[in-house]
Design a protein. Sequence first.
Length: 267
Amino acid sequence: MTSSADRNQLFHALHRPGPLVLPNAWDVASALIVESAGAKAVATTSGAVAWSLGAADGDKLDRDRAIDLVARIAKAVKIPVTADIESGFGKDAAEVGETMRAISEAGASGVNIEDGHGPALRDVQEQVDRLAAAHEAAPDLYLHARIDVYLRGIGEPEDRVRITLERAQAYVEAGASGIFVPGVTDLDTIKQLSEGIDVPLGVLAGPGAPAVGELAGAGAARISIGTAIAEAAYALTRKAAVELLTSGTYSSVEENISYGELNALFN
């Protein structure tokens, strides 16, 4: 097994030139499936991680439970793991630094930290302080700084590129390795952002978004899918349950990964 330092170095390198494509996982089984499908790294999704552990997304999950899950995933797979840690599981910069040290010890090679806070965004300087503390606590980890301008519809549409670029510059100066801008899939906008940001740009894809090749062509260096896979898995759970309880049939679960194949992933 490669060392943590080797995995961290590899994870950084996967972003240049990219694209690094990340089908998001939320537990050990889904991480092993993602790895077996050929992914070069595993990314957790905070929403599905929280749901699987009985909490809502949005800083509702206990930090220790989130870190424990990351440790389990990092131990199970052979490829780098990047953890979505929401806003850092801390009320201030010092606590975000504590989270980063724990995440590093858990075996992660990178993190996402968002600047969304409630319905708005954190003050730029406050977020800079949180990112700087994160970088100082674990300088070898890939620090993917998320900017929620598009996701939350902040400002007038014509101002969002400017607002995003201003935040991106401040976050990079604070130690961010890359910038993540979910909520934007317009290729022209991605091109503007990628040209204006000096570090790799990450975007969130999913149904209705351009294909990976198109997003990469516009300048996206990292493409993830967030909660989409988990949502589809839970949709199948509901569909199969309704079918079983109403018609008493089982067609919803005819296409599956067999018990033996799933069980073998853990060996």
